[in-house]
Design a protein around this ligand. Structure first.
Ligand SMILES: NC(=O)c1ccc[n+]([C@@H]2O[C@H](COP(=O)([O-])OP(=O)(O)OC[C@H]3O[C@@H](n4cnc5c(N)ncnc54)[C@H](O)[C@@H]3O)[C@@H](O)[C@H]2O)c1
Length: 342
């Protein structure tokens, strides 16, 4: 492992970029936050001013090319991820790219291929649930075989509310993508077909937005998964997952807050958003990325995982439009990766 701290630049300093910048500056060992970049330069300057020695670089591509930046955390909108991740690969910079890797399967495949040509693993994708202690424990249990074979997974993913600009297809591409990754990871298999259905929408969603949605995945090995995604639930941020196996089942996300009884009622707190619920997962994710980058490796979800997830969501957006099951179009892993890592 390199003795020097990893000099990290953050691209995109909105909700997630600002959260990750604070994590890199205060909670992650072995990393120095050295630069930030965002077209909203005032926002970037305001964030940089909260830390010592953090430069503002006007153009994200200049930050990526900067020799004083060893590694890049991309938290810009998904529409610009492809260009930015490809630039990171070109400059040989370890990259943690927030989900989704890119906007569709074809563009994500270009990233996988560019990384392969670069000759070494560089890209980790921000599927932080794999680092969440509850999900990680569930994965260990499933892999142990103690409950028998995994047969079914049921996911629930609800947000308090979403901006009016968060349209129906974004519920698939930007939200459901987490359940896609969780199911691939838990089953250890690809998703072969996806169906996305929408009941009568809630009156709390913007005009024309199909919310909630229900997705059904058929796994390559015959397992199935259901996922409810409801981004205007009005309740809070709730993520639950139940894995059903032959001799038992396991559920995560039942709530970890203090249980209070008061004035004839009982209950706990529901977080407003993901930064609260998954704070520990993000810390572990970014620490794993930094540690791996200093060893010249990638930890956790790879560019292949990012590609597989966007390929499934591309099929999911088609299913949402047609109401029919759609077979996921994916390149053959051995053809693309040459039988190597993925
Ligand atoms: N892992 C998770 O749980 C999670 C949660 C929320 C969002 N995300 C992902 O994080 C990313 C950012 O989401 P957000 O909620 O922080 O969005 P946001 O809208 O709050 O912030 C995006 C920021 O990117 C900036 N930006 C726009 N174009 C840019 C460009 N070309 N280069 C650099 N920056 C640019 C914007 O000015 C803004 O400051 C998205 O990919 C999103 O899907 C992940």
């Amino acid at each position: 492992m390199s003795a020097a701290p990893l000099r990290v630049g953050v691209v995109g300093v909105g909700v997630m970029g600002a959260d990750h910048a604070g994590r890199l500056a205060h909670r992650v060992a072995g990393a120095d936050l050295v630069a930030v970049s965002d077209p909203d330069t005032a926002r970037a300057a305001e964030l940089a001013a909260r830390f010592d020695g953090v430069r503002v670089v006007g153009d994200p591509l200049d930050l990526i090319a900067d020799e004083r930046v060893d590694a890049v955390l991309i938290a810009s909108p998904g529409s610009v991820h492809e260009e930015q991740v490809l630039a990171c690969v070109e400059h040989g910079k370890p990259t943690l790219c927030e989900k989704p890797l890119t906007m569709d399967g074809e563009s994500s495949l270009r990233v996988v291929e560019a990384e392969r040509k670069a000759g070494r693993p560089l890209v980790q994708v921000g599927f932080m649930r794999r680092f969440d202690p509850e999900y990680a424990e569930m994965k260990r249990l499933v892999d142990s075989g103690d409950l028998g074979r995994i047969l079914l997974v049921h996911n629930t993913h609800r947000n308090l509310r979403a901006a009016d600009s968060f349209r129906s297809e974004m519920i698939v591409r930007d939200s459901l993508v987490h359940e896609v990754d969780v199911c691939r990871w838990l089953f250890g298999e690809e998703i072969e077909t996806i169906t996305v259905l929408a009941p009568r929408p809630t009156g709390e969603a913007a005009e024309g937005v199909l919310d909630p949605q229900v997705a059904i995945f058929r796994m390559a090995g015959g397992g199935m998964a259901t996922s409810e995604v409801f981004v205007n639930s009005q309740v809070g941020y709730e993520v639950r997952c139940e894995a059903v196996a032959e001799r038992g089942n396991a559920t995560i996300g039942l709530g970890q807050s203090v249980f209070v009884r008061r004035a004839g009622q009982y209950g706990g707190r529901i977080p407003d958003d993901w930064r609260d619920r998954f704070a520990r997962a993000y810390d572990l994710e970014v620490q794993a990325w930094v540690d791996a980058a200093r060893r010249g490796e990638v930890a956790g979800p790879t560019s292949w995982d990012g590609y597989a997830a966007t390929a499934v969501c591309t099929a999911g957006m088609e299913s949402l439009a047609t109401g029919r099951p759609v077979t996921v179009a994916m390149a053959d892993r051995a053809d693309v990766l040459g039988g190597g890592r993925g």
